[in-house]
Design a protein around this ligand. Sequence first.
Ligand code: KG4
Ligand code: ZN
Length: 357
Amino acid sequence: MIVLGIETSCDETGVALYNTTPWENRAPAHLGILGQALHSQIAMHQEYGGVVPELASRDHIRRVLPLLDEALEEAKLELKDIDAVAYTQGPGLAGALLVGSAFAKSLAQGLNLPSIGVHHLEGHLLSPLLGTSAPEFPFIALLVSGGHTQLMLVSGVGQYQLLGETLDDAAGEAFDKTAKLLGLDYPGGAAISKLAEKGQSGRFELPKPMLHSGDLDFSFSGLKTAVLNQVKKFEALGLSDATEIATFHADLARGFVDSLVAVLVSKAEKALKQTGCKHLVLAGGVGANVQLREALNASAKKQRYEVHYPPINLCTDNGVMIAFAGALRMLAQNNDSTRSGAFDVKPRWDLASNNLA
Ligand code: KG4
Ligand code: ZN
Protein backbone atom coordinates (compact mmCIF):
# COMPACT_ATOMS: atom_id res chain seq x y z
CA MET A 1 0.00 0.00 0.00
CA ILE A 2 1.32 3.43 -0.93
CA VAL A 3 0.19 6.20 1.40
CA LEU A 4 0.41 9.91 0.68
CA GLY A 5 1.01 12.02 3.81
CA ILE A 6 0.16 15.71 4.14
CA GLU A 7 1.36 17.84 7.08
CA THR A 8 0.10 21.42 7.52
CA SER A 9 -0.46 21.81 11.27
CA CYS A 10 1.81 24.80 11.82
CA ASP A 11 4.58 26.43 9.80
CA GLU A 12 5.84 23.58 7.65
CA THR A 13 4.11 22.17 4.58
CA GLY A 14 5.20 18.54 4.25
CA VAL A 15 4.23 15.99 1.62
CA ALA A 16 5.54 12.41 1.39
CA LEU A 17 4.87 9.01 -0.12
CA TYR A 18 5.32 5.89 2.00
CA ASN A 19 5.24 2.28 0.84
CA THR A 20 4.18 -0.15 3.59
CA THR A 21 5.73 -3.27 1.98
CA PRO A 22 9.07 -3.16 3.87
CA TRP A 23 7.21 -2.66 7.19
CA GLU A 24 4.86 -5.56 6.45
CA ASN A 25 7.87 -7.77 5.63
CA ARG A 26 9.69 -6.70 8.81
CA ALA A 27 12.41 -4.96 6.80
CA PRO A 28 13.78 -1.59 8.06
CA ALA A 29 10.86 0.86 7.98
CA HIS A 30 12.84 3.70 6.37
CA LEU A 31 13.04 1.68 3.15
CA GLY A 32 9.37 2.55 2.63
CA ILE A 33 10.09 6.27 2.19
CA LEU A 34 9.67 6.79 -1.54
CA GLY A 35 9.58 10.56 -1.88
CA GLN A 36 9.32 13.63 0.32
CA ALA A 37 9.07 17.38 -0.09
CA LEU A 38 9.04 20.08 2.55
CA HIS A 39 8.66 23.83 2.71
CA SER A 40 9.42 25.72 5.93
CA GLN A 41 7.70 29.07 6.47
CA ILE A 42 10.20 30.12 9.13
CA ALA A 43 11.70 32.93 7.03
CA MET A 44 8.23 34.36 6.38
CA HIS A 45 7.22 34.41 10.07
CA GLN A 46 10.62 35.55 11.35
CA GLU A 47 9.96 39.27 10.99
CA TYR A 48 6.91 38.92 13.26
CA GLY A 49 8.84 37.00 15.95
CA GLY A 50 6.47 34.02 15.75
CA VAL A 51 3.95 32.19 13.59
CA VAL A 52 1.16 34.36 12.11
CA PRO A 53 -1.75 31.87 11.65
CA GLU A 54 -3.42 33.60 8.69
CA LEU A 55 -0.15 33.85 6.77
CA ALA A 56 0.57 30.21 7.58
CA SER A 57 -2.75 29.03 6.10
CA ARG A 58 -2.30 31.05 2.91
CA ASP A 59 1.21 29.77 2.41
CA HIS A 60 0.13 26.14 2.87
CA ILE A 61 -2.42 26.69 0.05
CA ARG A 62 0.33 28.04 -2.20
CA ARG A 63 2.82 25.29 -1.48
CA VAL A 64 0.97 22.02 -1.13
CA LEU A 65 0.35 21.24 -4.82
CA PRO A 66 3.91 21.93 -6.09
CA LEU A 67 5.24 19.90 -3.13
CA LEU A 68 3.01 16.98 -4.10
CA ASP A 69 4.44 17.13 -7.64
CA GLU A 70 7.96 17.20 -6.19
CA ALA A 71 7.34 14.17 -3.94
CA LEU A 72 5.72 12.21 -6.80
CA GLU A 73 8.65 13.01 -9.04
CA GLU A 74 11.19 11.83 -6.49
CA ALA A 75 9.18 8.64 -5.93
CA LYS A 76 8.79 8.20 -9.73
CA LEU A 77 5.09 7.69 -9.14
CA GLU A 78 1.84 9.11 -10.48
CA LEU A 79 -1.39 9.97 -8.69
CA LYS A 80 -2.93 6.69 -9.81
CA ASP A 81 -0.28 4.76 -7.81
CA ILE A 82 -1.50 6.14 -4.47
CA ASP A 83 -3.68 3.83 -2.33
CA ALA A 84 -4.63 6.12 0.58
CA VAL A 85 -4.23 9.70 1.79
CA ALA A 86 -3.17 10.56 5.37
CA TYR A 87 -3.29 14.12 6.69
CA THR A 88 -2.68 15.87 9.99
CA GLN A 89 -6.10 16.28 11.57
CA GLY A 90 -4.80 17.98 14.74
CA PRO A 91 -3.65 19.39 17.04
CA GLY A 92 -2.43 22.62 15.48
CA LEU A 93 -3.62 25.90 13.98
CA ALA A 94 -7.25 25.55 12.85
CA GLY A 95 -6.84 27.36 9.51
CA ALA A 96 -3.59 25.58 8.68
CA LEU A 97 -5.10 22.18 9.50
CA LEU A 98 -8.11 22.97 7.32
CA VAL A 99 -5.87 23.50 4.29
CA GLY A 100 -4.33 20.03 4.67
CA SER A 101 -7.67 18.40 5.45
CA ALA A 102 -9.46 20.04 2.50
CA PHE A 103 -6.61 19.17 0.13
CA ALA A 104 -6.30 15.56 1.32
CA LYS A 105 -10.05 14.89 1.35
CA SER A 106 -10.63 16.45 -2.08
CA LEU A 107 -7.77 14.49 -3.59
CA ALA A 108 -8.97 11.26 -1.95
CA GLN A 109 -12.49 11.81 -3.17
CA GLY A 110 -11.34 12.69 -6.68
CA LEU A 111 -9.22 9.54 -6.88
CA ASN A 112 -11.81 7.42 -5.05
CA LEU A 113 -9.35 6.60 -2.25
CA PRO A 114 -9.75 6.28 1.52
CA SER A 115 -8.36 9.05 3.72
CA ILE A 116 -7.23 8.99 7.33
CA GLY A 117 -6.80 11.83 9.83
CA VAL A 118 -3.56 11.52 11.81
CA HIS A 119 -2.71 12.94 15.23
CA HIS A 120 0.38 15.14 14.78
CA LEU A 121 2.05 13.80 17.94
CA GLU A 122 1.52 10.21 16.86
CA GLY A 123 3.50 11.16 13.75
CA HIS A 124 6.33 12.46 15.95
CA LEU A 125 6.40 9.57 18.36
CA LEU A 126 6.38 6.83 15.72
CA SER A 127 9.10 8.54 13.64
CA PRO A 128 12.02 6.90 15.56
CA LEU A 129 10.80 3.63 13.99
CA LEU A 130 12.16 5.14 10.76
CA GLY A 131 15.64 5.45 12.29
CA THR A 132 18.52 3.02 11.88
CA SER A 133 18.14 1.58 15.40
CA ALA A 134 14.36 1.27 15.68
CA PRO A 135 12.89 0.59 19.14
CA GLU A 136 10.66 -2.33 20.04
CA PHE A 137 7.31 -1.93 21.81
CA PRO A 138 6.73 -1.07 24.56
CA PHE A 139 8.78 2.11 24.85
CA ILE A 140 8.68 5.44 26.59
CA ALA A 141 8.44 8.45 24.31
CA LEU A 142 9.80 11.79 25.41
CA LEU A 143 7.94 14.16 23.12
CA VAL A 144 9.45 17.61 23.06
CA SER A 145 8.13 20.02 20.44
CA GLY A 146 7.20 23.66 20.08
CA GLY A 147 3.71 23.00 21.40
CA HIS A 148 4.05 19.92 23.62
CA THR A 149 6.22 18.31 26.29
CA GLN A 150 4.96 14.88 27.24
CA LEU A 151 6.11 11.51 28.53
CA MET A 152 4.09 8.76 26.94
CA LEU A 153 4.00 4.98 27.38
CA VAL A 154 3.72 3.49 23.89
CA SER A 155 2.61 -0.17 24.01
CA GLY A 156 1.96 -0.46 20.27
CA VAL A 157 0.58 1.45 17.30
CA GLY A 158 -2.50 3.27 18.61
CA GLN A 159 -1.75 2.29 22.25
CA TYR A 160 -0.69 5.40 24.14
CA GLN A 161 -0.79 6.33 27.81
CA LEU A 162 0.08 9.83 28.95
CA LEU A 163 2.41 9.66 31.98
CA GLY A 164 3.19 13.35 32.43
CA GLU A 165 3.23 16.66 30.60
CA THR A 166 4.09 20.31 30.97
CA LEU A 167 1.84 22.45 33.12
CA ASP A 168 2.75 25.63 31.22
CA ASP A 169 5.32 26.27 28.46
CA ALA A 170 6.46 23.47 26.16
CA ALA A 171 10.21 22.77 25.96
CA GLY A 172 10.43 24.20 22.43
CA GLU A 173 8.45 27.23 23.52
CA ALA A 174 10.93 27.78 26.39
CA PHE A 175 13.77 27.57 23.86
CA ASP A 176 12.05 30.05 21.54
CA LYS A 177 11.18 32.54 24.30
CA THR A 178 14.70 32.36 25.76
CA ALA A 179 16.13 32.89 22.28
CA LYS A 180 14.09 36.05 21.95
CA LEU A 181 15.43 37.31 25.29
CA LEU A 182 18.97 36.73 24.02
CA GLY A 183 18.26 38.60 20.80
CA LEU A 184 18.08 35.55 18.53
CA ASP A 185 15.62 35.08 15.68
CA TYR A 186 12.49 32.89 15.88
CA PRO A 187 12.42 29.89 16.31
CA GLY A 188 15.61 30.03 18.33
CA GLY A 189 15.94 26.43 19.52
CA ALA A 190 18.81 25.46 17.26
CA ALA A 191 20.49 28.88 17.68
CA ILE A 192 20.40 28.65 21.50
CA SER A 193 21.89 25.20 21.28
CA LYS A 194 24.77 26.50 19.15
CA LEU A 195 25.32 29.47 21.45
CA ALA A 196 25.30 27.21 24.52
CA GLU A 197 28.15 25.16 23.04
CA LYS A 198 30.36 28.24 23.38
CA GLY A 199 29.15 28.94 26.91
CA GLN A 200 30.45 27.85 30.27
CA SER A 201 28.40 25.61 32.56
CA GLY A 202 28.01 26.79 36.15
CA ARG A 203 28.26 30.58 35.73
CA PHE A 204 24.46 30.74 35.93
CA GLU A 205 22.78 28.17 38.15
CA LEU A 206 19.23 28.50 36.88
CA PRO A 207 16.31 26.67 38.52
CA LYS A 208 15.47 23.11 37.49
CA PRO A 209 11.68 23.36 37.80
CA MET A 210 9.81 20.37 39.24
CA LEU A 211 12.96 18.22 39.30
CA HIS A 212 11.89 16.77 42.64
CA SER A 213 8.13 17.05 42.23
CA GLY A 214 7.76 13.27 42.53
CA ASP A 215 5.59 13.07 39.41
CA LEU A 216 6.31 13.10 35.67
CA ASP A 217 5.01 16.60 34.95
CA PHE A 218 7.10 19.58 33.80
CA SER A 219 7.02 23.36 34.10
CA PHE A 220 9.29 25.65 32.09
CA SER A 221 7.83 29.13 32.43
CA GLY A 222 9.83 29.84 35.63
CA LEU A 223 13.06 28.95 33.87
CA LYS A 224 12.35 31.51 31.16
CA THR A 225 11.60 34.13 33.87
CA ALA A 226 14.93 33.30 35.55
CA VAL A 227 16.67 34.01 32.22
CA LEU A 228 14.77 37.31 31.93
CA ASN A 229 15.91 38.32 35.43
CA GLN A 230 19.56 37.64 34.55
CA VAL A 231 19.21 39.66 31.34
CA LYS A 232 17.73 42.61 33.26
CA LYS A 233 20.50 42.43 35.88
CA PHE A 234 23.16 42.40 33.18
CA GLU A 235 21.59 45.26 31.25
CA ALA A 236 21.48 47.34 34.43
CA LEU A 237 25.30 47.15 34.53
CA GLY A 238 25.37 49.15 31.27
CA LEU A 239 28.37 47.27 29.86
CA SER A 240 29.26 47.91 26.23
CA ASP A 241 32.19 45.56 25.65
CA ALA A 242 31.13 43.28 22.78
CA THR A 243 33.13 40.28 24.02
CA GLU A 244 31.69 40.59 27.50
CA ILE A 245 28.15 40.74 26.11
CA ALA A 246 28.75 37.75 23.83
CA THR A 247 30.21 35.74 26.72
CA PHE A 248 27.25 36.65 28.91
CA HIS A 249 24.78 35.45 26.26
CA ALA A 250 26.67 32.20 25.68
CA ASP A 251 27.02 31.41 29.41
CA LEU A 252 23.35 32.19 30.04
CA ALA A 253 22.29 30.01 27.09
CA ARG A 254 24.46 27.24 28.56
CA GLY A 255 22.81 27.62 31.98
CA PHE A 256 19.36 27.49 30.38
CA VAL A 257 20.15 24.38 28.32
CA ASP A 258 21.80 22.64 31.31
CA SER A 259 18.71 23.16 33.50
CA LEU A 260 16.19 22.16 30.87
CA VAL A 261 18.16 19.07 29.83
CA ALA A 262 18.67 18.00 33.47
CA VAL A 263 14.91 18.04 34.09
CA LEU A 264 14.05 16.23 30.84
CA VAL A 265 16.63 13.49 31.44
CA SER A 266 15.69 12.99 35.09
CA LYS A 267 11.96 12.68 34.32
CA ALA A 268 12.63 10.31 31.41
CA GLU A 269 14.71 8.10 33.75
CA LYS A 270 11.88 8.15 36.27
CA ALA A 271 9.31 7.14 33.62
CA LEU A 272 11.52 4.21 32.57
CA LYS A 273 11.91 3.07 36.17
CA GLN A 274 8.22 3.45 36.93
CA THR A 275 7.09 1.38 33.93
CA GLY A 276 9.98 -1.09 33.73
CA CYS A 277 10.55 -0.13 30.07
CA LYS A 278 14.06 -0.51 28.68
CA HIS A 279 13.63 1.64 25.57
CA LEU A 280 13.34 5.40 25.33
CA VAL A 281 12.43 7.31 22.21
CA LEU A 282 13.11 11.01 21.73
CA ALA A 283 10.71 12.79 19.39
CA GLY A 284 9.66 16.30 18.35
CA GLY A 285 11.61 19.35 17.20
CA VAL A 286 13.67 19.68 20.42
CA GLY A 287 14.79 16.11 19.77
CA ALA A 288 17.28 17.62 17.32
CA ASN A 289 19.08 19.22 20.28
CA VAL A 290 22.64 17.93 20.62
CA GLN A 291 23.01 18.64 24.35
CA LEU A 292 19.85 16.67 25.10
CA ARG A 293 21.03 13.79 22.92
CA GLU A 294 24.45 13.75 24.62
CA ALA A 295 22.87 13.74 28.08
CA LEU A 296 20.42 10.96 27.15
CA ASN A 297 23.24 8.86 25.67
CA ALA A 298 25.21 9.21 28.92
CA SER A 299 22.14 8.40 31.02
CA ALA A 300 21.29 5.35 28.88
CA LYS A 301 24.81 3.97 29.38
CA LYS A 302 24.66 4.50 33.13
CA GLN A 303 21.09 3.33 33.72
CA ARG A 304 21.27 0.51 31.17
CA TYR A 305 18.50 1.37 28.78
CA GLU A 306 18.47 2.03 25.05
CA VAL A 307 17.71 5.39 23.54
CA HIS A 308 16.38 5.79 19.98
CA TYR A 309 16.22 8.86 17.78
CA PRO A 310 14.38 9.69 14.60
CA PRO A 311 16.62 10.57 11.63
CA ILE A 312 17.63 14.19 12.27
CA ASN A 313 15.66 15.53 9.26
CA LEU A 314 12.50 13.89 10.62
CA CYS A 315 12.70 15.50 14.09
CA THR A 316 10.90 18.69 13.10
CA ASP A 317 7.57 18.66 11.27
CA ASN A 318 7.46 16.75 7.97
CA GLY A 319 5.13 14.78 5.71
CA VAL A 320 6.93 11.46 6.11
CA MET A 321 5.88 11.00 9.74
CA ILE A 322 2.23 11.63 8.80
CA ALA A 323 2.31 9.20 5.86
CA PHE A 324 4.01 6.62 8.10
CA ALA A 325 1.66 7.01 11.11
CA GLY A 326 -1.39 6.98 8.80
CA ALA A 327 -0.10 3.83 7.09
CA LEU A 328 0.56 1.99 10.38
CA ARG A 329 -2.86 2.93 11.71
CA MET A 330 -4.55 1.71 8.57
CA LEU A 331 -2.67 -1.60 8.78
CA ALA A 332 -3.44 -1.92 12.51
CA GLN A 333 -7.14 -1.37 12.03
CA ASN A 334 -7.52 -3.33 8.77
CA ASN A 335 -7.69 -0.31 6.52
CA ASP A 336 -10.44 1.25 8.57
CA SER A 337 -10.33 4.76 7.17
CA THR A 338 -12.97 7.10 5.87
CA ARG A 339 -14.41 8.08 2.52
CA SER A 340 -16.40 10.94 4.04
CA GLY A 341 -15.81 14.33 2.48
CA ALA A 342 -16.22 16.37 5.69
CA PHE A 343 -13.28 18.62 6.63
CA ASP A 344 -13.03 17.58 10.27
CA VAL A 345 -9.99 19.11 11.98
CA LYS A 346 -9.23 18.99 15.71
CA PRO A 347 -7.08 21.98 16.74
CA ARG A 348 -7.09 20.59 20.33
CA TRP A 349 -6.87 16.83 20.59
CA ASP A 350 -5.62 14.36 23.27
CA LEU A 351 -3.55 11.58 21.74
CA ALA A 352 -4.69 8.91 24.21
CA SER A 353 -8.34 9.63 23.36
CA ASN A 354 -7.57 8.29 19.87
CA ASN A 355 -6.31 4.84 21.02
CA LEU A 356 -7.18 1.76 18.99
CA ALA A 357 -9.40 -0.79 20.74
O1 KG4 B 1 8.11 19.47 16.37
P1 KG4 B 1 8.32 20.83 15.83
O2 KG4 B 1 8.95 20.97 14.48
O3 KG4 B 1 6.99 21.64 15.76
C1 KG4 B 1 5.94 21.46 16.65
O4 KG4 B 1 5.18 20.47 16.49
O5 KG4 B 1 5.89 22.27 17.59
O6 KG4 B 1 9.18 21.61 16.93
C2 KG4 B 1 9.59 22.93 16.76
C3 KG4 B 1 10.39 23.35 17.99
C4 KG4 B 1 10.71 24.83 18.02
O7 KG4 B 1 10.35 25.34 19.29
C5 KG4 B 1 12.23 24.87 17.81
O8 KG4 B 1 12.87 25.95 18.45
C6 KG4 B 1 12.65 23.56 18.45
O9 KG4 B 1 11.62 22.64 18.06
N1 KG4 B 1 13.96 23.10 17.97
C7 KG4 B 1 15.04 22.95 18.77
C8 KG4 B 1 16.11 22.54 17.94
N2 KG4 B 1 15.64 22.43 16.66
C9 KG4 B 1 14.31 22.76 16.70
N3 KG4 B 1 15.19 23.16 20.08
C10 KG4 B 1 16.40 22.93 20.61
N4 KG4 B 1 17.48 22.56 19.89
C11 KG4 B 1 17.38 22.33 18.56
N5 KG4 B 1 18.44 21.93 17.87
ZN1 ZN C 1 5.54 18.94 15.46
